[in-house]
Ligand binder design. Structure first.
Ligand code: ATP
Length: 501
């Protein structure tokens, strides 16, 4: 579904219309890149978090969870490198006065070349029978020219970013003749570094106040609790600490709906291992994490790994799990081998020993760390975008259905009396009271049954339970399945066994 602007707009307006996501502070004209999760959104979001927590903490006996505070000692961010190096290169266009991330301008340029190649392939596919895609890519002069350009620009770009060469990045933007999408001009300022952390003051008197930061990642809350958890939890290496929580980044260009926000949520896990064993565990977690995504039943063609060309100074291996969002493949989750960098830094800055005593080797050492880090909001967007489907039915009518994996759906069942009389609402209420103790259910008796089915389709409810006159006679109901729209009649006592979540 790459590069589908129209579809993306539809998804955003559907999310608002049905109560998944609202722009923050809307009655005051909203705030850029801040969103509120509405009544259905919060259910989907909580289900995503729970699905992750179960897979990481409940199913792994050697992983425990914590919930650390957002406010932390300011020295933590000095030790982690965020005060000095958590920067993005920014550039302004002098004519439009718009601000951009310089690296994103170059990435977009490369993406356009890739899109051109994809289009060329699609065109040829339609034209020729028995089309050999590989051969076509290897021989078509336009594709070869673009590919050569992509390769040379990518490797120069990676090198410039690696060296934080801001002058070189500006020269590359000029050389590629990248124009501002708003003014169309090439009138750029110099590239500058911009720190992404929000800061504030703690304490009631501002003169004596300390500058503290809103955490830009949850990971540091895990590192600074490493010794506490290891000792009180009697943990044995290898073991992990997981956490779900808010993070804040003053993103220069926040766009693409909830993909890039200034306040967002992360689900992170730091896995502590013996030095020298980190690459084995890096591969292990790559596999585990992609299996987690697979288990949701989303088409695997929407996922790909992207190994980092430019490794952060603390990492010795890193990959992203990218997802095919409506605007193309972008990072959904990061998996990083962070060496012993963070714990060593905290040892240095705090003066406290952050070591593990290994009873098997009789040694004390700073463990190495594999991190898995996924944005809750990006996962939400992946699930919502992927589930949004428009269908034309056999009778020519249209329906919009959210084919959300049932385990994540906001409501699991809707209970619907066929008509609002003859004792059907009372019977339906009985069923509702039974089921709502087990799962999220919605009761609806307004409008014709067909319209009610459509409403449930549009919010992704996997099952509709309809109570009719026969229900009063033999205690049976019909269960309609969302995706197939097939209906079957089951005894009320067997409803729970008949739905698969
Ligand atoms: P990007 O390159 O897209 O800015 P990143 O590499 O800086 O992302 P990480 O620091 O690895 O991201 O953060 C881990 C995860 O947190 C990301 O994979 C993403 O899912 C999520 N995330 C990061 N920044 C944001 C944001 N501004 N809004 C929403 N989610 C985010």
């Amino acid at each position: 579904m790459a590069n589908n602007d129209e579809l993306f707009k539809q998804i955003i307006s559907h999310a608002k219309e049905y109560g998944f996501i609202f722009p923050s502070s809307e009655i005051y004209d909203g705030m850029s890149a801040v969103y509120d999760y509405a009544q259905l959104g919060v259910e989907l979001k909580n289900n995503i978090k729970q699905y992750w927590w179960k897979a990481m903490v409940q199913y792994n006996e050697n992983i425990v969870g914590i919930d650390s505070a957002i406010f932390m000692h300011p020295t933590i961010w000095k030790a982690s490198g965020h005060v000095d190096a958590f920067n993005d290169p920014l550039i302004d266009n002098k004519d439009s006065k718009k601000r951009y991330r310089a690296d994103v301008l170059i990435e977009d340029y490369l993406q356009k070349l890739e899109d051109k190649n994809e289009k060329e392939v699609e065109k040829a596919k339609k034209k020729f029978e028995n089309f050999d895609e590989k051969l076509f890519k290897e021989t078509n002069p336009n594709i070869l020219r673009n590919q050569e350009k992509i390769n040379s620009v990518s490797s120069r770009f990676a090198e410039l970013m690696n060296q934080s060469d801001l002058v070189g990045i500006k020269s590359l933007i000029e050389e590629l003749e990248i124009v501002c999408p708003v003014s169309g001009s090439k009138n750029w300022t110099d590239v500058r570094q911009f720190n992404l952390m929000f800061s504030t003051q703690m304490g009631s008197v501002s003169e004596g106040a300390d500058t503290i930061y809103l955490r830009p990642e949850t990971a540091q809350g895990i590192f600074v609790n490493f010794i506490n958890v290891y000792k009180t939890g009697r943990m044995k290496i290898p073991f992990g600490i997981a956490q779900i929580g808010k993070a804040f980044r003053n993103e220069i260009v926040a766009r693409q709906f909830i993909f890039r926000m200034r306040e967002f949520e992360q689900m992170e896990m730091q896995f502590f291992v013996r030095p020298g064993e980190e690459i084995k565990w890096f591969e292990y977690w790559k596999n585990e994490r992609i299996n987690w995504h697979k288990s949701l039943g989303i088409d695997l063609a929407n996922y790909r790994f992207h190994d980092h060309d430019k490794l952060a100074h603390y990492a010795n291996a890193a990959t992203d799990i990218e997802f095919n969002f409506p605007f193309g493949f972008k990072e959904l989750e990061g998996i990083h081998s962070r060496t012993d960098y963070d714990l060593s830094q905290h040892e240095k800055f705090s003066g406290k020993k952050l070591r593990y005593f290994d009873p098997e080797t009789n040694e004390s050492y700073i463990p190495y760390v594999i991190e898995t880090s996924i944005g809750v909001d990006r996962m939400f967007l992946a699930v919502l975008g992927n589930s949004f489907t428009e269908e034309t039915l056999a009778d020519g009518s249209q329906r919009v259905v959210l084919k959300i994996p049932p385990v994540l759906a906001p409501y699991k069942v809707a209970v619907l009396p066929l008509v609002k009389k003859d004792g059907l609402p009372e019977k339906a209420r009985e069923i509702m009271d039974l089921l709502k103790m087990k799962m999220m259910c919605q009761y609806d008796e307004k409008d014709a049954i067909g319209r009610r089915y459509r409403r449930q389709d549009a919010i992704g409810t996997p099952y509709c339970i309809t109570v009719d006159n026969q229900s009063l006679e033999d205690n049976t109901v019909t269960i309609r399945e969302r995706d197939t729209m097939l209906q079957k009649r089951v005894p009320i006592s067997e409803i729970l066994q008949s739905i698969i979540l």
